[in-house]
Design a protein around this ligand. Structure first.
Ligand SMILES: C[S@@+](CC[C@H](N)C(=O)[O-])C[C@H]1O[C@@H](n2cnc3c(N)ncnc32)[C@H](O)[C@@H]1O
Length: 266
């Protein structure tokens, strides 16, 4: 079958995201996402007078660039060099200054010694932590790189709601990029408490379909647990929302948890 290639990929988050970067970039409906998310984020950032903002696990840098366009002094950090290359390309296209730094969210203090006013960790990036210990050290690091009173905004998916079945498929997404047709078929796959994201992309090139298959294990971030971790790490108060329209988080119904947490003054 030389008109069809299938790659199976799994492995550490860094490696996997290197290979996923372009597909992730193409898959996400950025215009819709940014139109929905940026007003909420901007409003929360302005409410605390934030100027210096870290977008942690910034991926292709779309939020970082959008916020820089609105006058914030933004740094983006990601473990994937491929993601950062895309991010730098967007900053250059939009003629904005953003510092993009390669690093891990569980060791932020190695990369930064001047405190930020605010930190974002969006797109369910915390679920890329290898396990809950790593997740907890990442949240502790969030507190350490923020000034007292600084703001952390995280967005995580509650897989108890988003992935209730052994296989929960998302709607097929069709994208045309540079005249090339691409179909994305994404499903959450559950085996007991273990969750993985199964992702198939089908690209038509020179009249032939080519498929790539990815299976990415994720760490399930229970909303109540995340609130406890934020609180243990010195964040208070913590506001919780179920979407970027500002609807209150409703455990068992909200698919997303958006936590907006102030670092304590101590
Ligand atoms: C699903 S993407 C989200 C990107 C972007 N924040 C968004 O909202 O679209 C997850 C990102 O987390 C990054 N990532 C995974 N593990 C990481 C880690 N330990 N430290 C920093 N970034 C990490 C990946 O490289 C990827 O860019």
């Amino acid at each position: 079958m030389d008109n069809q290639r299938t790659n199976q990929e799994s492995g550490a988050a860094g490696d996997l995201f290197e290979r996923l970067a372009t597909r992730y970039e193409r898959y996400v409906p950025w215009e819709t996402r940014l139109a929905r998310e940026i007003p909420f984020l901007e409003n929360k950032l302005r409410a605390v007078g934030a100027r210096r903002v870290l977008d942690c696990a910034c991926g292709p840098g779309r939020h970082a660039v959008a916020l820089a366009r609105r006058g914030f002094d933004v740094t983006g950090l990601d473990v994937s060099g491929e993601m950062l290359a895309l991010a730098r390309g967007h900053a250059s296209d939009e003629a904005v200054q953003v510092d993009f730094v390669e690093g891990r969210f569980e060791s932020l203090t190695e990369a930064f010694d001047t405190p930020f006013d605010a930190l974002l960790c969006l797109g369910n990036s915390l679920s890329a932590a290898e396990n809950l210990e790593v997740l907890e050290s990442a949240v502790r690091q969030f507190a350490l790189v923020l000034r007292p009173g600084g703001l952390a905004i995280t967005q995580t998916v509650d897989f108890a709601v988003a992935a209730p079945h052994p296989v929960t498929p998302s709607p097929v997404r069709e994208v045309t990029d540079g005249g090339q047709e691409i179909l994305f078929v994404k499903s959450f796959v559950r085996s007991g408490e273990q969750i993985a994201i199964h992702w198939v992309s089908l690209e038509k090139k020179d009249g032939h379909w080519r498929s790539e298959v990815t299976l990415r294990p994720v760490t399930s971030v229970d909303p109540i647990y995340l609130e406890q971790v934020l609180s243990r790490s010195g964040f208070s108060p913590i506001e919780t929302y179920g979407d970027y329209a500002g609807t209150a988080f409703d455990k068992g119904r909200s698919r997303d948890l958006i936590a907006v947490a102030r670092r304590g003054q101590a």
